[in-house]
Design a protein around this ligand. Structure first.
Ligand code: AN7
Length: 346
């Protein structure tokens, strides 16, 4: 069941809203005991990479696109570090509207670029970073009366709250810590609003502390200073001027949480641990969550036995180049059993 069907009663849709559905949402919440035991916590991972276009963006995109259709939009436009463009392009193809995506040239993971192109979006590579592409997209949307489907579109964040609702339904309560990567800072803001909804509906009592991790080279919220030239291997969160920064600061301070930073090396180390000890392959930006938890553990700042949810926002298959740079090569053999047995000997 897609998000609009599962949560229609809680979302701003009417009988005039087209029924858009790629069966997004309802993603697995998986307990990672091997990693959790090492950290001394009860660790859960929300596998947002299992969404139809491989990232959490689909949750919000489905409502943004349904509303754009309802309002008679001629086309969709967005700027993106990759996943928003893949998601927008998928939904545009599914409903049959043109889609224009602006990407920072040369800084988008291969899988995401392939997605935007194969779904049939018009892809425009901007000689500049994401923040500059976003400004351009905003102005074009205004001048041409296209629907802007970045998270400045209110429907994106409203519908992304469903991630928090699902977690609360699965656990029967809110986690103690909610740990999430932060780029444009929309998702952390949406999750916080979603947890508060669930409490207001009296379906849970407590609220989590919201912990947002940024890459060291793109950490405006964690450091409080601007990043005009953001740089990180986690290209999804290579963002220097987060659109939802104020909402996110509010989520962190209201919840008693914090922002932290992780280095590219820590992100890559966490990616290997998540895959090798969790069986979960997440893209680098998503791995900032586990990298951050490991950092908190080393600083003795991770409460023993806490129920912790990490949001793995995107699928590892989107960025195979980065993963391959971290691992060894396959063992090559000829076609004889002798060579095989030798290769199999431990
Ligand atoms: C995998 O696609 O901004 O803090 O243009 O792709 O809500 O921005 C992606 C962001 C985390 C950060 N993890 O979420 C885009 C884009 C992944 C992402 C984030 C992104 P926000």
């Amino acid at each position: 069941m897609g998000v609009l069907k599962r949560y229609g009663a809680q979302l701003p849709i009417s009988n005039k809203t087209p029924d858009v559905n790629l069966e997004e949402g309802s993603t697995p919440l998986v307990r990672l005991d091997r990693i959790g035991n090492d950290l001394g916590v009860e660790l859960w991972a929300k596998l947002e990479g299992c969404n139809p276009s491989g990232s959490f963006k689909d949750r919000g995109m489905v409502l943004a696109v349904a509303k754009a259709l309802e309002d008679g939009a001629r086309a969709l436009v967005c700027a993106s570090t990759g996943n928003t463009s893949a998601s927008a392009a998928a939904y545009a193809a599914h409903v049959g509207v043109p889609c224009y995506v602006l990407l920072p040239s040369g800084k988008v993971a291969m899988g995401k670029l392939a997605q935007a192109l194969i779904y049939g979006a018009k892809v425009i590579a901007v000689d500049g970073n994401f923040d500059q592409a976003l400004e351009l997209a905003r102005e074009a949307a205004e001048r041409l009366d296209f629907a802007m489907v970045n998270s400045v579109n209110q429907y994106r964040l409203i519908s992304q709250k469903t991630g928090a609702w699902e977690i609360c339904e699965s656990l029967g309560r809110a986690p103690d810590l909610h740990v999430i990567p932060v780029g444009n800072a929309g998702n952390i803001s949406a999750y916080w609003a979603g947890y508060k909804d669930f409490r207001a509906w009296r379906k849970i009592s407590g609220l989590p502390r919201m912990i947002g991790f940024q890459a060291e080279g793109a950490a405006p919220l964690a450091t409080g200073r601007p990043f005009p030239n953001p740089e990180t291997i986690a290209t999804a969160i290579r963002i220097g001027n987060p659109v939802s920064g104020e909402l996110a600061k509010n989520a962190v301070s209201e919840s008693g949480g914090e922002f932290g930073t992780v280095s590219d090396d820590e992100i890559l180390e966490a990616q290997v641990i998540l895959a090798g000890k969790g069986g979960v392959f997440a893209e680098p930006a998503s791995c900032a969550t586990l990298a951050g938890l490991i950092k908190l553990k080393r600083a003795n700042r991770l409460p023993d036995g806490a129920k912790v949810v990490i949001v793995l926002t995107g699928n590892g298959l989107k960025d195979p180049d980065t993963a391959l740079s971290q691992v060894g090569k396959p063992v090559r053999i000829g076609s004889s059993i002798g060579e095989l047995l030798e290769a199999l000997s431990l």
